[in-house]
Ligand binder design. Sequence first.
Ligand SMILES: *[C@@H]1O[C@H](CO)[C@@H](O)[C@H](O)[C@H]1NC(C)=O
Length: 548
Amino acid sequence: MYLLPLLFVLALRPLLVSAGWGYTDDGSNYVIDVGSKLVFKVSKNNGDINSIVYGGTEYQGYSGKHSHVESGLGKSTVTITSYTSPAYLIKVTVTYGTLVHYIVVRYGQNDIYLLTNKGDTSVAASRFILRLKANILPHDSSMSDFYDEGSATIEASDVVRNSRGDTKSKHYQGSNYGRVMDFDYVGKTTGSVGVWLIRSNHEKASGGPFFRSLVRRCASDGEDLYEILFYSMGHTDPERWGLQGPYILSFTDGDTPKTALFARNANWSWFDTLGIKGWVADSARGYVTGAGIVNMKPGYTYTAALSNPDYQYWGVAASGGGAYSIKRVVPGTYKLTVYKEEYEVYTTSITVTAGSATSLSTITPDSDPSDVKAIWRIGDWDGTPGGFLNFESTPYKPTYMHPSDPRLSSWDPGDFTVGKTAASDFPGYMWKDVNNGHLVYFKLTAAQITSEKTIRIGITEAFANGRPTISVNGWTSPLPSASTQGGTRSLTVGTYRGNNHIYSFSVPASAFLTDVAQWNILKITIISGSGTAGYLSAGISIDCMDLY
Ligand SMILES: *[C@@H]1O[C@H](CO)[C@@H](O)[C@H](O)[C@H]1NC(C)=O
């Protein structure tokens, strides 16, 4: 009989659980030991993570600042719970008004799982910020987010020119990141310690698959990694409410993080019974399978994306045939958009139900502007300024440099002559105050000048209500109205990603020169009553321009 209590104790603790696993209360903090190499502290007052020790070294914090949602929550209700099933787990719950934030660890894993449920507008929650001590992780002046000692501010408080003349900003994603769909994690390694923030699936974030936003900042006083929950900069999608996560702070012994933790791979079934507010188990989700996309243009990636006021998802179509799948979708009615690169070439409405597939038959894109046979075309319709001056190749330099950066070519190259000048000599961005009044020379045949023609200018983003108006020889177009775009900076903070919009001008036959040996002169003029000066004057990002 005396064996029973001993067996009971053994049953509670697997034999391999290290003595360190568990938490203690030091009066101010819950001190959590994952039973491996990671020990961290969570403030019982406000849920801040105010110490992160990995392998005996403190990584967290600078200037008295901690790691937390936004810039820290106020006095919160902070509780802690241990689990032995479905695994050895510890969960901290931080409740601040309508916001609930969770910090979860699993026995033996050097990973901190973070989840944030934003209830409504009453609590600002645009990000989680992991603040790291200075000079532990490698950095140098080649990094797009590195503010070195010699930096001088050139725009707002967040864009600088550094000691070697390069422009830097926390907004610049750098060549490793880019669009949300392009990266699984941010972070750095010393070679022997890796510190990573693995992003969530962004189903409650916004901006869609091509959203570009800040991911990290590095300076001599410390550095930051971010999970963006909602960020209005260069952004046109509504904010969504509810649970985001898990996003994961992961430590390694120098390697990149485990791919099993990436949002696109993870199996989170072990969260199903943890009482996370807003958690939707995979069993309550459905998925979408698409048979294919016809008439796919070679050289472009096609992406199928779902969006409604509550959720967003995406899946990349196979390059041959265009089959796609979109996984782990919360049931509901969605707008499905097929993008050719970043241009919407098809939309429809679909419904996703729990536990089953919504199977879509082959889609034929019906709104690709390149299906119109043009007399001439500058650039290509892909929803990006790719191919134009300063956008010759990816990663596009203006996504990690200010437009004033000396590494860029002058935004005001010579006039464009159709049939002679390369698209790479046509400016991808135009501003009222920088390179306005750009000229395009073209000829038409005697047959072509007998009828009205259409000139289209497609934009991917506008700053300060910038929009193009045109003249052809002596004819001047009506003044178009502004497109719908976000109200913040965009072109100067590393993104061209706004709402695609096509300005279409009907040019009467009488506008064209009757002497077909002569060059017609088209002038593009950016107009707006808004904006300030220089690169913060009204501007546009150009996708493509054509005449038919
Ligand atoms: C996820 O993990 C659970 C528990 O291990 C397992 O039962 C389930 O089959 C897994 N789901 C998938 C899709 O692999």
